[in-house]
Design a protein around this ligand. Structure first.
Ligand code: ADP
Length: 247
């Protein structure tokens, strides 16, 4: 595959848990500047694939490259600092810290906190506020993050990731458990970031969300990618229907 045009290349990756083959010669390239949806029945390996890309699980064989360089052995912190942001199904915010303090933690995590570099506290604060404003929760900046609604926590986690200036963002069920108004709002934020050049890979069960947002859809089944293409192509692929009906 042409690594100049893809941000991430997953190359024949396999991963077993005991006797269970969660990923089986799985290959997928994520084109730069795309919004790619990753779908597939429960247990098909989507979360495991996210975990291997982001350093939370070690692969047994194959390779994963980010901008042409292997990240197969990188830790989650290293992957994050390289420019791969990720959200989780269950948001990973700090409920007792305020919304703004959560953003401060994000800066520290990235290693760009003013203690460690030339970033000033003022610059950091300004960027944090800009991002909270962008995701629409700046008015809650001094509230404990635990007081936010579920959808707002997802928006905070989004801002948390954006402070690191990622190249690509992996979203794990962004629309899951979120009300319809918030889903539309979130989709607009994703589109806006996409227009600014960000690449997205998202796992999502809400097909309307996937089909309206993604230019490309990849389908997983039993640890491999069995189909990929435009939403229309994937929708009309008989293999995809079989994969879901085979559940
Ligand atoms: P999906 O996200 O598509 O629902 P997963 O990646 O969560 O699929 O799971 C793929 C398979 O790997 C499932 O059979 C699941 O039970 C198994 N699996 C995932 N993580 C672990 C783990 N940490 N230990 C054992 N089995 C796991």
């Amino acid at each position: 595959s042409d690594t100049r045009q893809s941000v991430i290349d997953i190359d024949s990756v396999s991963k077993a848990f005991g006797g269970l083959q969660a990923l089986s010669n799985c290959s997928l390239s994520i084109p730069a500047g795309s919004i790619t949806g990753l779908i597939g029945p429960n247990g098909s390996g989507k979360t495991t694939l996210f975990n291997t890309i982001t350093g939370y699980e070690r692969i047994d064989s194959g390779d994963i490259r980010f901008q042409g360089k292997s990240i197969a052995r990188a830790t989650p912190e290293k992957v994050f600092r390289l420019g791969i942001g990720r959200t989780f199904q269950l948001t990973r915010i700090f409920p007792k810290l305020t919304v703004l303090e959560n953003m401060h933690v994000a800066v520290q995590r990235q290693g760009k906190g003013h203690l460690f570099s030339s970033w000033s506290a003022a610059h950091e604060q300004q960027k944090a506020l800009e991002l909270l404003n962008f995701v629409g929760i700046a008015q809650h900046k001094d509230l404990p993050a635990g007081n936010l609604s579920y959808g707002q926590r997802k928006l905070l986690e989004f801002a948390f990731i954006l402070i690191a200036d990622p190249q690509i963002i992996l979203l794990d069920e962004p629309a899951g458990g979120v009300n319809p108004t918030m889903i539309l709002y979130l989709a607009d934020r994703i589109r806006e970031l996409h227009q600014r050049g960000l690449t997205f890979l998202l796992v999502e069960h809400n097909m309307e969300f996937v089909m309206s947002l993604c230019q490309r859809v990849a389908v997983m089944h039993r640890g491999s990618i069995i189909a990929q293409g435009s939403p229309e192509e994937v929708r009309n692929n008989p293999l995809v229907l079989d994969a879901y009906l085979g559940e």
